[in-house]
Design a protein around this ligand. Structure first.
Ligand SMILES: [Zn+2]
Length: 71
């Protein structure tokens, strides 16, 4: 599971987009941003936005008990 939040993109908003892949998460955040933050979306092209998001996404943080044991 991957996620990226509006906070990651510098927008003060608690929304976190999740996806099985980075592409899914980016797509979900783009959909949210288009509806909720049109003024932010207007600042860049879809290509620039996707590129910026792909640079920011991260793996969803696993609960401590699911962390792989350290060798
Ligand atoms: Zn948002």
């Amino acid at each position: 599971m991957k996620n990226i939040s509006c906070m990651d993109m510098g927008v003060t908003c608690p929304f976190v987009a999740e996806g099985e892949t980075a592409e899914d998460a980016v797509m979900n955040l783009t959909t949210h941003a288009t509806v909720t933050h049109p003024e932010e979306v207007a600042k860049m092209t879809p290509e620039q936005m996707k590129e910026a998001m792909m640079a920011k996404f991260h793996d969803a943080v696993l609960p401590v008990e699911e962390m792989p044991p350290t060798a």
